[in-house]
Write a protein that binds this ligand. Structure first.
Ligand SMILES: Cc1cc2nc3c(=O)[nH]c(=O)nc-3n(C[C@H](O)[C@H](O)[C@H](O)COP(=O)(O)OP(=O)(O)OC[C@H]3O[C@@H](n4cnc5c(N)ncnc54)[C@H](O)[C@@H]3O)c2cc1C
Ligand code: FES
Ligand code: FES
Length: 471
């Protein structure tokens, strides 16, 4: 069961059907648009509301074209129709877009309204979302964006002035009134809902669906899937004995918004802004990124540098085993995951006062693009000496690469330009990039070196300058 706007439904569609198809085909709500079907354009944006452990309703925007219906069970899907005021007037966001002349053909407009409604809801949940971040998953082919930016700024300023809670969002006509009843309605739904059961190997495991539904969306839409995001034991972040324990189905947004992570990694927000767009980060899970095994998977590179270990669960045998993330990637798109196993969780040490962490990514577009080369570095420094180093680079081999030789070389060395220059020679030996659409092998070799230097220049700006490193 789920809520579609304010209607409780028990969908008869298979659990693998995309939310977009469910909305448009089964429910005949045509306001949500189908354009790219790859999570890129945001025309299909909807809000997904879910009840949190503290009883509060949490909303986020997602791209419904690549999200399985199963991920909405027990939750509320809000479409553009569900954002209309009952009195027939345009709501404040729709009005702002109209006044700014921010709609031409109008195909993208429902997605922009949903994204700005998400910005308003985030504010009501105590989170500041800039217009740029809020609209990072939406593309418009007509307006040139300036008019949309004006409308977004107007709404953003209103939110900054009013500091609204949910009640106030309704008073300001940013949302329709029925939103106020949804926490209670979802609580009741949760009581009626039977448990989601255990993941089943008979059906395809789905995390957020952001890889699977781009590749196999049509086939998956016809049948059942085994949703992992609804398994509470596979989600969430905890800290014990200075070690992070993270459920496999934890999303990139959950990491980015986690207070302890933000404290331990002060640049976290900026670093993870380089990964996909807001709606994709709201859906994409860490395990999905690892199992996809793309050589440029951002989270694979991030967690390789952090020294993550994976806990794998064999479902039928109810047995777990643990492996370092670097041993998980065997060859191009080949992993150590055995038949019958899933990733249950991962763990990695919390950084201490001597630890520094950096993530860099170069892609054709700065945002909303996959990397040509990406890299992460964790380094511990005591008395100007490197006591531990873990360097990971993507896009330079068939797998996301933990650079063991370079990392081993750095350990114990003085933190100085000479050490870094020697390390880049080892690094060049350790990588084997190929030429492809994302750049030539020569270009990727150069990027690997520059990103390696960039880590140090940004972490220790007083010690390192590019000019002296290249001298
Ligand atoms: C528009 C767009 C932009 C993107 N940008 C980026 C980017 O900038 N950087 C980047 O790295 N990626 C990017 N991606 C790729 C994708 O979002 C990530 O790889 C994401 O982390 C995949 O997670 P998911 O939960 O959606 O995976 P899913 O699609 O749900 O699953 C992927 C694979 O993992 C398996 N799986 C999932 N969870 C488990 C588990 N616990 N145990 C075993 N198997 C499991 C599934 O069966 C499937 O084979 C982008 C994708 C889109 C659509
Ligand atoms: S249709 Fe483009 S993101 Fe869904
Ligand atoms: S108004 Fe036409 S795509 Fe945005």
């Amino acid at each position: 069961m789920l809520y579609l706007n304010d209607q409780k439904l028990s969908p008869s569609a298979p659990s693998g059907r995309s939310i977009l198809e469910f909305i448009r085909e089964e429910q005949q709500l045509k306001g949500t648009k189908l354009v790219c079907r790859e999570g890129d354009c945001g025309a299909c944006s909807v809000l997904l509301g879910s009840l949190q452990a503290d009883g509060k309703l949490h909303y986020q925007n997602i791209t419904s074209c690549i999200a399985p219906l199963a991920n909405a069970y027990g939750k509320q899907i809000v479409t553009i129709e569900g954002l209309n005021l009952k009195n027939g007037r345009l709501n404040r966001i729709q009005q702002a877009l109209k006044e700014a002349a921010a709609t031409q053909c109008g195909f993208c407009t429902p997605g922009f309204v949903v994204a700005l409604s998400n910005m308003a809801l985030q504010k009501a949940m105590g989170k500041d979302l800039s217009p740029k971040d809020a609209l990072s998953g939406n593309i418009c082919r007509c307006t040139g964006y300036k008019s949309i930016e004006r409308a977004a700024k107007q709404i953003f300023e209103l939110l900054q002035r009013e500091k609204p809670d949910l009640q106030k969002l309704v008073q300001l006509e940013l949302l329709p009134r029925y939103f106020l009843n949804m926490p209670q309605k979802l609580k009741e739904l949760q009581h009626q809902q039977s448990s989601n059961g255990q993941p089943s190997f008979q059906h395809t495991f789905v995390g957020g669906g952001t890889d699977l539904y781009v590749q196999q969306g049509e086939a998956l839409s016809l049948g059942e899937v085994s949703p992992l995001c609804s398994q509470s034991q596979l989600s969430g972040i905890s800290v014990k004995n200075n070690t992070y324990h993270i459920g496999a189905a934890t999303t990139i947004s959950q990491i980015r918004e986690h207070p302890q992570w933000q404290k331990d990694f002060p640049k976290l927000h900026e670093m993870l802004r380089l990964v996909a767009s807001l709606p994709i980060r709201n859906m994409a899970t860490l395990a999905g990124n690892f199992v996809n095994a793309s050589p440029i998977g951002d989270m694979s590179i991030f967690f390789l540098a952090l020294g993550a270990r994976l806990q794998l669960l064999h479902l039928a045998q109810n047995k777990t085993r643990e492996i370092p993330l670097e041993d998980f990637f065997l060859d191009y798109k080949k992993t150590a995951l055995q038949k019958g196993e899933l990733i249950q969780s991962l763990s990695c040490p919390r950084p201490d006062a001597h630890t520094h962490f950096s993530f860099e990514k170069v892609s054709k577009r700065t945002y909303l693009d996959i990397a040509s080369v990406n890299s992460a570095l964790k380094i511990c420094i005591k008395n100007q000496h490197i006591t531990e180093a873990r360097l990971a680079i993507g896009g330079v081999k068939a797998i996301p690469l933990f650079c063991k030789k370079t990392s081993d070389f750095l350990k114990g060395k003085e933190l100085c330009s000479k050490t870094l220059r020697q390390a880049t020679e080892i690094l060049q030996d350790e990588i084997a990039p190929i030429s492809d659409v994302r750049g030539s092998a020569t270009y990727k070799r150069l990027l690997a070196q520059q990103l390696f230097f960039a880590h140090f220049i940004k972490l220790f700006p007083k010690t390192f300058k590019l000019k002296t490193l290249l001298a």
